[in-house]
Design a protein around this ligand. Structure first.
Ligand SMILES: Cc1cc2nc3c(=O)[nH]c(=O)nc-3n(C[C@H](O)[C@H](O)[C@H](O)COP(=O)(O)OP(=O)(O)OC[C@H]3O[C@@H](n4cnc5c(N)ncnc54)[C@H](O)[C@@H]3O)c2cc1C
Length: 442
């Protein structure tokens, strides 16, 4: 193989660094790979920079590596079930490889739905590896050092602001962006791996180039939080339990469960605030809380992406210090939003009544409240809970790609991967990066 193609990876998140690792592991010259990221390297990235920097949102997430083709976005759609599992194996192996002590990785693999959740809920059964935020940082440093050692070039605090698919060039600027200082780079192959923090850029490109897209459903809900003791019997069965309910056009599921040292995290997308969660491994962070998303997947909504953005906007409160926040509700008014792992209060505006939430979510609010009521029957937490509103998975229209290499159908040297395509989690994002790297190696 003649390795002369210049590869630019936009985004050093999970998908981007997995692609780079696969390439250099197969003797692709690191010097031909440039990774551009608007965040910082793993040594200087701060805890509050949740979405940007080396390893992306995955790097400061909870590090739950799910292992099932029905979880974390679409993979088998492109490559079939068998190949999807093989790619996920590779993706998980990368995280183990740079772990300072792989024996500390927790593994759970529930085999049967426990009787006590029936008839209220079903439970998705799938294996999950749990790394924890603090170990992710260490893994990030080792992974980064390895890529640098192999010659991969990184450009930090640099934002790509335009791409010309016809001329194979991109425009970038150091942060803060100065429009007079935009520089240009050419590429032979481009891996577009900007994750959720670059979702608006992806949408802008899709609009500018009128990229054909695949239709998407809506995924929106809240982040629920309660003391862990109520959920312990289920956590003993499955650490990252996924309770679900199904109705005609709507299905609900608990999503991304964090336990032991569980913190709610603020996310900002399109300038609006929503919530997510992560867990730390160190005992010093233990707060004995559990948090998870309660997400609805709603089919049949016209313009689902715009609808979702509108609901999120209706849940925003302008605050003097933080500019904006989402909402927090608990039936027990003495229960306040929790602390973050940095001991700040989770930015949120506490509402005493549910009307703000029900106005924003309309008829769909009842599905979430009913889900919580039914959990209460099973887990008996009374009014000892709160929810952060909203949590959202923006399923922006997915660009149509060639399933064999995730390249845009009209621009075969531009590959979309990770959350910028259809992934919703670490394992699948990594697997998509590896899949593209394999296609480039071949
Ligand atoms: C708080 C939190 C907890 C999570 N917990 C889990 C979990 O436990 N398990 C799980 O499977 N998933 C989890 N996720 C989701 C998971 O992190 C993402 O699915 C995954 O990181 C997506 O990988 P990616 O490479 O597509 O994007 P990202 O990891 O988001 O990386 C994208 C990178 O692109 C860079 N970027 C964006 N735009 C530009 C631009 N224009 N120019 C230059 N650089 C740019 C960003 O700085 C970022 O570093 C969590 C997410 C969050 C926010």
């Amino acid at each position: 193989m003649k390795n002369t193609n210049k590869i630019i990876i936009v985004g050093s998140g999970v998908a981007g660094i997995s692609a780079a690792l696969k390439l250099v592991d197969n003797n692709y010259p690191g010097e031909l790979i440039t990774i551009i990221d608007k965040g910082k390297d793993p040594y200087t990235r701060k805890p509050e920079e949740v979405m940007t920097g080396f390893a992306g949102a995955g790097g400061f997430s909870d590090g739950k590596l799910t292992y099932h083709t029905a979880i974390g976005g679409q993979l088998s759609k492109y490559c079939g079930e068998d190949k999807a599992y093989e790619l996920m194996d590779q993706a998980i192996e990368m995280w183990k490889r740079f772990h300072p002590d792989p024996s500390k990785i927790m593994y759970s693999n529930p085999q049967a739905e426990p009787d006590f959740i029936k008839p209220h809920f079903g439970l998705r059964l799938f294996p999950v590896y749990h790394i924890g935020t603090d170990y992710l940082h260490e893994i990030g440093k080792r992974w980064y050092d390895y890529l640098v050692d192999k010659g991969v070039k990184f450009s930090w605090e640099t934002e790509v602001i335009s791409i010309n698919f016809n001329k194979n060039t991109l425009g970038y600027s150091n942060i803060p962006i100065k429009l007079g200082k935009v520089k240009s780079l050419t590429y032979d192959e481009l891996i577009f791996a900007v994750g959720k923090s670059g979702i608006d850029f992806g949408k802008q490109l899709a609009d500018d180039y009128k990229l054909p897209t695949e239709p998407k459903s809506v995924q929106i809900g809240v982040r629920f939080e309660a003391p862990q003791k109520y959920f312990q019997k289920l956590i003993d069965v499955s650490y990252d339990f996924k309770l679900y309910q199904k109705f005609d056009n709507i299905s609900l599921r608990s999503f991304c469960t964090n336990n032991n040292a569980a913190y709610v995290a603020v996310e900002e997308t399109y300038g609006d605030i929503s919530y997510n969660g992560h867990a730390k491994k160190g005992e010093e962070f233990r707060n004995d809380m559990t948090n998870f998303g309660i997400l609805m997947e709603i089919k049949g909504i016209e313009n689902p992406f715009e609808w979702c953005r509108d609901v999120v906007k209706k849940c925003q409160m302008d605050l003097p210090v933080t500019k904006k926040s989402g909402l927090y509700y608990s039936p027990n008014l003495t229960r306040k939003p929790s602390l973050t792992s940095e001991s700040n209060i989770v930015d949120s505006y506490q509402i005493a009544e549910l009307s703000w939430f029900t106005d924003a979510f309309g008829e769909y609010a009842d599905y979430i409240l009913n889900f919580i009521d039914q959990m209460n029957e099973v887990f008996q937490f009374g009014d000892d809970w709160g929810m952060y509103i909203p949590e959202v998975k923006y399923l922006s229209p997915e660009p149509l790609v060639d399933y064999t290499n995730l390249a845009l159908t009209e621009y075969p040297n531009v590959h979309f991967v990770g959350d910028a395509l259809s992934a919703r989690g670490i394992t699948v994002s990594g697997a998509q990066g590896i899949y593209v790297a394999e296609s480039l190696l071949n």
